[in-house]
Design a binder for this molecule. Structure first.
Ligand code: S3P
Length: 182
């Protein structure tokens, strides 16, 4: 299996944390799309939103995604952690599905809310009501991913353990040799 992997899901679902661990376990390259956007814009995400609104952010996101997918096509062994809204945009979704095997990190909305309430730096997190509405609106898009994985719980390593058999089956376990000691 050397198709690039894309992790999708709502904000707070653990795409970056789980994606990084998954890439480590597989010995694959990791790409965080939000980091790419920041590098491309030369601005932190809240500043992009403040200056140009969501439309400007989505334009940077599209450009960063195109570059990341071009890289993924060459590298093959690459895990891409998308932003929460990336896969909800139909054009992005089509592009990602074309190049990557897609994994939806499925976490109950109440848990997402608890996680995000403790974090700053998320311009689209305002209050519980709008958070829930956005989640409901995006859920049908996330469900179009090829694989859905239970992403709940505190331990990202446990989520990686749930993902690996879905990618490779339980018979062959090439990742076991790569398991880190920590
Ligand atoms: C967004 C989620 C964020 C980031 C930006 C927009 C969204 O990524 O891309 O703030 O539209 O849900 P995370 O899901 O990593 O928080």
């Amino acid at each position: 299996m050397d198709r690039p992997l894309a992790l999708v899901g709502f904000m707070g679902s653990g795409k970056s944390t789980v994606g990084k661990r998954l890439a480590q376990r597989l010995g694959w390259y990791f790409c965080d799309l939000d980091d790419r956007i920041v590098a491309l814009a030369g601005l932190e995400i809240p500043v992009i939103f403040q200056r140009g609104g969501e439309a400007e952010f989505r334009a940077f996101e599209r450009e960063a995604l195109a570059a990341a997918l071009a890289e993924a096509e060459t590298r093959r062994k690459m895990v891409v952690a998308c932003g929460g809204g990336t896969f909800a945009q139909p054009f992005n979704r089509m592009q990602i599905q074309q190049f990557c095997k897609t994994i939806f990190l499925d976490v109950p909305c109440e848990e997402l809310l608890l996680r995000c309430a403790q974090m700053t730096q998320r311009p689209l997190f305002r209050d519980a009501e709008s958070f829930l509405a956005l989640y409901q609106q995006r859920l049908p898009a996330y469900r179009q991913a090829e694989i859905s994985v239970d992403g709940s719980g505190q331990d990202p390593e446990a989520v990686v353990e749930r993902i690996l058999p879905l990618l490779f089956g339980t018979a062959a376990q090439p990742w076991l040799v790569k398991k880190s000691k920590n």
